[in-house]
Design a protein around this ligand. Structure first.
Ligand SMILES: C[S@@+](CC[C@H](N)C(=O)[O-])C[C@H]1O[C@@H](n2cnc3c(N)ncnc32)[C@H](O)[C@@H]1O
Length: 432
């Protein structure tokens, strides 16, 4: 098991140095080819858990250390062990012993015996002083919520009624949710198909199926044939909002990896251009479309420029813009620690280049759906308000009619993240 701690510590360390967890975890796993599938699974759980609660475990560690540790690998082993001691069911003394073993596996630790003694002493101190340490952190919001303070302050200002619930929801495990291609099978029939495979699922707002526990996609009936896709319920609200009709020319402007692209096609769109600036991410769009057996014109290009455009206006545009992703932290636990407050302004600037450029490509009477997976107002209604001030030919339509959204908490197009879905923002704009 100490191998799992060691792998997780490696991944956590990389994230704290600025690397994305989706890249850091496979690298960490590759460095330990001897790990069993069970140890690999445990390492993944430990990396996600430690980063989900990094604010808390780091605050404990700061209290336990007389001075900062010079070896960041030992620091990360301690973070993982403290996460286990605070949130895992594992036996406390086993965790401490495994952390000590994990240190002995390190290559070139300055002085192995010294490092092992230190880790042992710090973790045993934690176990002895847990209550005292907890009470001294009672007023420390970073420790309580495990978010950077600037993030907590922003949500407090922007969501005086919801901020606490939003922060706590962001620390829960996200559900695995399916989108069923209703052209191929009804929701009820598909649910029965799942039940026959002993996969329990509940229907959400008559739209989506939420699995009681995650299942490997290979085990989901019909997945490889495009009968179903994995997609958060919040994201499933996008395509229906586009008010698609046969014959409309549609642009999916920031499409990769293609979750919403597939949904647009399932709703009957036959003229779809799928654009993304990142050619490597477009490979995932291509493989999604192949799985769904649905065609689109896939283009690598910049949504803030028109050099890829043939000049024929689009009737519908989906602008699922690059953003801080602050609404999907349950799934991407590293985001909380990788984002800096200044990043919000640079995403806002990027979005402010994309939106007016796409607007020029929209036909009169056409609709553009602006989407983000952020909960920060600057990227959402704030961005749209600035756009509306500068574009007299734009009207923002109400999205109260999002199918099933009456059952969700939404504030003028902002879905407040909940157990059932992530925090998306939707603004539907019509060209007068
Ligand atoms: C939120 S993701 C889109 C998710 C996608 N719509 C889906 O449902 O699967 C944002 C995407 O915007 C792309 N992107 C960023 N800047 C862009 C630009 N200037 N032009 C086009 N795409 C861009 C990124 O590569 C990324 O794939």
């Amino acid at each position: 098991m100490y191998l799992s701690q060691q792998i997780a510590a490696h991944a956590v360390n990389q994230v704290l140095l600025g690397r994305n967890l989706t890249l850091a975890l496979p690298t960490a796993l590759a460095a330990f080819p001897q790990a069993t599938p069970q140890q690999r699974g445990a390492a993944q759980d430990l990396s996600y858990g430690t980063l989900r609660f990094y604010g808390e475990v780091d605050a404990y560690l700061v209290q336990l250390l007389a001075k900062p540790l010079s070896d960041d690998r030992i620091h990360s082993i301690l973070l993982v062990a403290l996460y286990q001691l605070l949130h895992d069911k594992a036996d406390a003394f086993t965790v401490v012993n495994q952390a000590v073993q994990a240190v002995s596996l390190l290559k070139r630790p300055a002085a192995k015996a010294w490092a092992k003694g230190l880790v042992n002493a710090i973790l045993r101190n934690f176990l002895r002083q847990k209550e005292t340490l907890a009470s001294s952190l009672a007023n420390n919001e970073m420790a309580t919520y495990s978010y950077p303070q600037w993030w907590i302050n922003k949500l407090k200002r922007q969501y005086p009624l919801h901020w606490q619930g939003m922060l706590l929801t962001g620390n829960t495990h996200p559900p695995m949710t399916l989108r069923v291609n209703r052209k191929k099978i009804s929701l009820a029939d598909y649910q029965q198909l799942l039940a026959r495979q002993d996969i329990a699922a509940t229907c959400l707002a008559g739209q989506a199926l939420v699995l009681s526990k995650p299942v490997a996609v290979e085990k989901i009936p019909g997945f490889s044939d495009g009968v179903v896709s994995v997609q958060d319920y919040g994201a499933q609200l996008a395509a229906p909002l586009l008010d698609l009709k046969p014959g409309l020319r549609v642009l999916d402007a920031c499409c990769a990896p293609g979750g919403k692209t597939g949904h647009i096609l399932e709703l009957g769109c036959t003229d779809l251009t799928a654009l993304d600036a990142d050619p490597s991410r477009l490979l995932r769009v291509q493989s999604n479309l192949a799985r769904l057996q649905l065609p689109a014109q896939v283009i690598a290009g910049d949504a803030a420029s028109s050099d890829w455009w043939d000049g024929v206006p689009f009737d519908r545009i989906l602008a699922d813009v690059p953003c801080t992703a602050s609404g999907i932290v349950r799934r991407h636990v590293d985001i909380k620690w990788l984002r800096r407050e200044a990043d919000v302004a640079s995403f806002v600037a990027q979005q402010a280049r994309i939106l007016p450029n796409l607007w020029r490509m929209l036909a009169k009477g056409g609709k553009l759906l602006y989407v983000s997976c952020s909960v920060f107002n600057e990227e959402n209604q704030g961005q749209v308000d600035t756009f509306l001030q500068n574009n007299a030919d734009a009207t923002q339509l109400a999205v109260d009619s999002i199918a099933g959204a009456d059952k969700l908490t939404q504030l003028n197009g902002q879905l407040i993240p909940s157990v059932a879905h992530d925090g998306f923002f939707y603004a539907l704009l019509q060209k007068n």
